[in-house]
Design a protein around this ligand. Structure first.
Ligand code: CDP
Length: 233
């Protein structure tokens, strides 16, 4: 629908303002903050370090262990501290989104711990978290094939829109909102995460991926700039 207007005034393909900075947690081996508008994610990397308990060590490979959570004050209704089904799911998909760029066999018996916390949530927290975690891994000096970039494409009343905010996610007219979070290896056609919350026609998926590709190119530029800022210091 050509006349569709987003509540934020953004065009259909316009992302929220992005911000990225690395080296925000001096104690960590690598760290980064990444935001899409009011959604703010912070990530810290520790490792590779010996995995404990020892019986969990694998002499053939290291492991990537992600822990994602929302801070209690990050949402309007205070979030009860501690893990939930949602945080476990997002931790797992974040591991899957990032693992393909790492060569964990280089680090037998070890773990790379990635902690992702959401300081402020306004939808798109898993995608902001993946972007922050990818930057934090690079900042930790862990060899990576490339950065991972992540974005959500949605469908509101038959319109494809990039980077849904919470008001848009909750949109409840027409067919309601469909949310399609995607992660990919930068500068490639290798997708490392495709999730779908809602309904989408198979023939529309290609358009969704094209929009995600363009958005990921923009995210990649913001990530590279943040890494460059720290290496030039
Ligand atoms: O955050 P993301 O879009 O990746 O995942 P979601 O599970 O679809 O959550 C969408 C949004 O709901 C979050 O970004 C928060 O803004 C909000 N939310 C909330 O207000 N309280 C929660 N306990 C969980 C999510």
């Amino acid at each position: 629908m050509v006349n569709f207007k987003r509540s934020s005034g953004r065009t259909l393909t316009e992302m929220r303002k992005m911000y990225a900075k690395v080296g925000v947690i001096p104690n960590a081996d690598g760290s980064a903050i990444f935001s899409f508008g009011d959604t703010v994610a912070i990530a810290a990397v520790y490792g590779p370090r010996q995995l404990h308990p020892q019986h969990m060590q694998d002499p053939a490979t290291g492991i990537l262990r992600v822990n994602y959570d929302l801070l209690s004050f990050s949402v309007y209704e205070r979030k009860k501290p501690g893990p939930s089904r949602r945080s476990q799911e997002i931790s797992k998909v974040t591991e899957w989104a990032l693992s393909p760029v790492l060569d964990l066999k280089e680090f037998p018996n070890t773990v790379i711990d990635v902690q992702v916390y959401i300081l402020q949530a306004d939808a798109g927290t898993r995608t902001a978290g993946i972007n922050a975690a990818s930057l934090a891994l690079a900042h930790a000096g862990i060899p990576m094939r490339n950065l991972v970039c992540s974005i959500s494409v949605g469908k509101l009343d038959k319109n494809l829109v990039v980077d849904l905010d919470k008001e848009e996610e909750d949109y409840d007219e027409g067919e309601g909102a469909t949310d399609f979070p995607i992660a990919k290896i930068a500068n490639s056609d290798k997708y490392t995460l495709l999730q779908l919350d809602g309904k989408i026609q198979p023939e529309v998926v290609k358009k969704v991926l094209d929009l995600a590709d363009k958005a990921c190119d923009e995210i990649y530029e913001v990530q590279k700039k943040a890494l460059k800022e720290v290496t030039e210091q």
